[in-house]
Design a protein around this ligand. Structure first.
Ligand code: DP6
Length: 373
């Protein structure tokens, strides 16, 4: 997260305060899907993700408060939202942070009363919103961090992750960089449902994420309603929560700490597949992947079954796919495989003329646009 300290504009009683934060998206390898408390956004299972480099997919949010502002206002990707709904998730995050600011003001009467000022929020994603690329994760993480900076709050990232959670479950994890676990917790009030850093981004420098944009259309079934339907109708889901996820979490954390790509990749692919299986087991079924997504799955398994042309020895598991609530793929691999993988992907899925291959940087996640069927 690129988080700037707040700046003040003007002095005295008319001063305005502003902060800007850039927050990257995170891509789950053990998926969060299901809430045990929909109001407090408490998940049915712990989840784990990698926060991508913020040079690529991110949300940039600027917040400003002023004694002159008459109401809270929000601009998303250049358009103003008609009203900031006071029952909405963003408003809830704002109110939580205002409360924390008020504590500071009550303790220090000389502090300006920012908790009483209205706030203007300008937020922009540099990638398709709501196309299953975790835009709510980076969006709420950026909002919460920017407000915390503007209010000069001293709470740590773990505390902020709980407030980001009230915006969107996956945002809990975007508050940290690197490999992040969102611990489901046990407290019915959610005091222990927060993010923890499993390993920093510097831990596994050869790991890469390629983002294959299959479609930038808004997703059909929003995550919130989709997971609620799964919890109430899928029988497979119960098995996943009870018997599968706890073991997988333990094993993938170990694989990350040991930089064991094969285990990391196998668990990542299996968990993505099981998440989409419980979506299909939801009644009526939810389908997020399309034929191109399935083609990408086949291609990666083909890539992983290649043998050395000279020795005939298997080259092993060198890439892993994962899909969130949309058809777009994220491929995890190691830097040494990038060149070969990119040439195979672009051979089978040539980038569309209109959108072309976007910024391929070996040191950062890359975006490819794949023409839809
Ligand atoms: C498939 O965080 O968007 O990306 O908490 O209802 O806002 P809400 O859901 P959201 O769900 C993300 C689901 C997922 C898996 C994941 O990121 O773990």
């Amino acid at each position: 997260m690129n988080s700037e300290k707040r700046v003040s504009i003007g002095t005295g009683a008319s001063a305005e305060y502003e902060a800007t934060v850039t927050s990257p998206v995170n891509i789950a390898v053990i998926k969060y899907w299901g809430k045990r408390n929909t109001d407090l956004i408490l998940p049915t299972n712990s989840s784990l993700s990698c926060t991508l480099s913020q040079d690529d997919l991110h949300t940039k949010t600027t917040v400003r408060c002023s004694p002159k502002y008459k109401q809270d206002r929000l601009w998303l990707n250049g358009f103003e939202e008609p009203v900031v709904p006071t029952h909405g998730r963003g408003y809830r995050c704002l109110q939580e942070l205002r409360q924390l600011r008020k504590v500071i003001e009550d303790e220090n009467p000389t502090e300006p009363k920012l908790s009483e000022y209205k706030v203007h929020i300008v937020s922009e994603n540099n990638f398709p919103t709501a196309a299953g690329l975790a835009s709510s994760a980076s969006g709420y993480a950026a909002l919460v961090q920017a407000l915390a900076n503007m209010y000069n709050l001293t709470c740590d990232q773990t505390e902020l992750s709980k407030i980001a959670r009230l915006g969107s479950g996956s945002a809990t994890r975007s508050v940290f960089g690197g490999f992040v676990e969102w611990k489901a917790g046990e407290d019915p009030l959610g005091s222990d449902s927060c993010a923890v850093c499993v390993a920093p981004e510097t831990h596994w420098p050869s790991l890469r994420a390629l983002v294959l944009v299959v479609s930038d259309a808004k997703k059909g079934t929003p995550s919130t309603s989709g997971m609620s339907a799964t919890v109430s109708t899928s029988t497979l889901f119960e098995q996943r929560i009870k018997y599968v996820v706890p073991e997988r979490l333990k094993d993938i954390k170990e694989a990350i700490l040991n930089k064991d790509f094969k285990t990391f990749a196998e668990i990542t692919m299996r968990d993505s597949n099981q998440f989409h299986a419980v979506c299909l087991d939801t009644y009526p079924p939810i389908t997020y992947m399309n034929n191109i997504s399935i083609g990408i799955i086949r291609l990666i398994h083909m890539f992983n079954s290649q043998v050395d042309p000279e020795t005939n020895a298997p080259l092993g598991v060198r890439a892993a796919y994962t899909f969130d609530a949309g058809p777009n793929a994220v491929i995890y691999t190691e830097e040494s495989n990038i060149k070969e993988l990119v040439s195979i992907i672009t051979h089978f899925f040539p980038p569309s003329q209109a959108t072309s291959l976007k910024s391929y940087l070996p040191s950062a996640p890359s975006l490819f646009d794949i023409p839809a069927l």
